[in-house]
Design a protein around this ligand. Sequence first.
Ligand SMILES: Cc1cc2nc3c(=O)[nH]c(=O)nc-3n(C[C@H](O)[C@H](O)[C@H](O)COP(=O)(O)O)c2cc1C
Length: 163
Amino acid sequence: MEKNLTPIKILFISISGNTRAFAQKLVAYAQKVRQADPTARLVEITEIGGDNQFIEMQQPFTVLVPTYLGGGNGINNGNQEIMTNEMRETLADNDNYRWCYGVIGSGNRNFNAQFGLTAKQYAAQFKIPVIDFYEMRGTQADVKRIYQELNDFQIKFEQHLSN
Ligand SMILES: Cc1cc2nc3c(=O)[nH]c(=O)nc-3n(C[C@H](O)[C@H](O)[C@H](O)COP(=O)(O)O)c2cc1C
């Protein structure tokens, strides 16, 4: 029997529930794929925030982060992260970001140039790639595409670790 691949671990933060809904859709989609392919990776999600968790990561993971920026006009100001800072702190704690193979940003395209900006800011700070973006709760097409991308990024990262 083939060995099951390790699950895709996701840390996420969600203020108004959209990112939580998207994370749950990824879990459900992975379960569906697994029914057809017993070797497919499942998705495991952990929500950040609320009870002052101190999370220490010791396996590869990815991050879903929505964008909340203070006081901006959506074009050229309001770059200051608000509401989601606990995710940035979790990445910095214990150098957790070293296990993070990429970040997925979300937001609302009405914010124009600031769409998904927090993910770009994390990428710059921690020197990790932005894997993709989606809007609000994400469509089923976003779920499918991002599940595939996470598999690809995780394989590359695992290969890099074993070299
Ligand atoms: C106060 C506020 C500021 C926001 N700022 C941005 C922004 O700068 N860029 C963006 O793409 N989306 C922005 N959004 C939209 C949210 O990122 C979007 O609704 C997201 O799906 C929320 O995720 P959550 O429901 O998981 O908290 C903002 C929303 C609020 C309420």
